[in-house]
Design a protein around this ligand. Structure first.
Ligand SMILES: NC(=O)c1ccc[n+]([C@@H]2O[C@H](COP(=O)([O-])OP(=O)(O)OC[C@H]3O[C@@H](n4cnc5c(N)ncnc54)[C@H](O)[C@@H]3O)[C@@H](O)[C@H]2O)c1
Length: 264
């Protein structure tokens, strides 16, 4: 059950990796946490691991608008109507020479990584507007800074999420809702172990972040005064450096550096 006055977090992709770390962090601090994932057994296991913390958990496929409506109804019923933070975190990667991966895999990735975020923001808008100081945090990626070879459609969805974030943050100013994103480089999760580690860039740069580093960035954003929240938060020194370089360097230089790191 929801303890009176506790702020409420709704997180997608909470069965594993970054989503799980965020859910654990917020639950430990006394937030009411909604854990949602397409992997129902996984997310229920994470919920069980949280013991007596105030939580609700269940199956949500972010590509399905009706799943969003049902999950948000259940969540806000349990949270006394409030939705303080929506973390659009669920995502998948396809690491492959572009044409070697089935088109269906690229389409599924776009459905989850981009349309899933559009679905979530659309479905949650009403609840966010009703909660003073509410905010959306979208899980973006350093690959939004420059398209990554062998991660092309993934990078494209993250660049789109970045753009969606910028636009909605301006549009929803009139409702008092902030919309920001978080950009990590490689994080030590199943996504990297199972898929992304095929990229030469992973060997070049290493995996220097853990899910708890990203959870810490999300925690800071969730608790910061709304007016002080940066639209984009780059997680880790490598990402901060790349963000700065990509801003200062001419396009051809970004292209050369990205190609080199990827072994092209
Ligand atoms: N791991 C990294 O290096 C890294 C870097 C930058 C950004 N990100 C982003 O962080 C987010 C989380 O990634 P992660 O590394 O924790 O991955 P992960 O694979 O460990 O966890 C992803 C979770 O999303 C869930 N999921 C997949 N499809 C779903 C769907 N349709 N509906 C609901 N849930 C679904 C999975 O079941 C899983 O529990 C993703 O958006 C990813 O793009 C990851």
């Amino acid at each position: 059950m929801h303890p009176a006055q506790a702020p409420a977090l709704f997180v997608t992709g909470a069965a594993a990796g970054i989503g799980r770390a965020v859910a654990e962090r917020f639950a430990a601090q006394g937030w009411f946490v909604g854990l949602w994932d397409i992997d129902e057994a996984g997310v229920l296991a994470v919920q069980r691991g949280l013991g007596g913390a105030a939580t609700v958990a269940g199956r949500l496929d972010v590509t399905q608008p009706e799943d969003w409506d049902a999950a948000l109804r259940r969540f806000t019923d349990a949270a006394g109507g409030r939705l303080d933070v929506l973390l659009n975190n669920a995502g998948i990667a396809v690491t492959s020479p572009f044409e070697a991966a089935d088109l269906a895999r690229h389409h599924r990735l776009i459905d989850i990584n981009l349309k899933g975020v559009v679905n979530g923001c659309h479905a949650a808008a009403l609840y966010l507007r009703r909660t003073p100081g509410s905010r959306v945090i979208n899980m973006c990626s350093a690959s939004a800074l420059y398209g990554q070879p062998e991660l092309a459609s993934y990078s494209a969805t993250k660049a789109a999420v970045r753009s969606l974030t910028e636009a909605l943050d301006i549009e929803w100013q009139r409702h008092g809702v902030r919309v920001v994103d978080v950009l990590p480089l490689f994080v030590n999760t199943a996504m990297v172990a199972d898929e992304v580690s095929r990229m030469k860039t992973v060997q070049t740069l290493g995996v220097r972040l853990g899910p708890e580093d990203v959870a810490e960035a999300v925690w800071r954003l969730a608790n910061m005064a709304a007016a002080r929240m940066p639209v984009h938060t780059h997680v880790g020194w490598q990402t901060k450096l790349f963000a700065l370089l990509s801003k200062l360097s001419p396009s051809f230089m970004n292209r050369v550096v990205t190609a080199r790191m990827a072994g092209y």
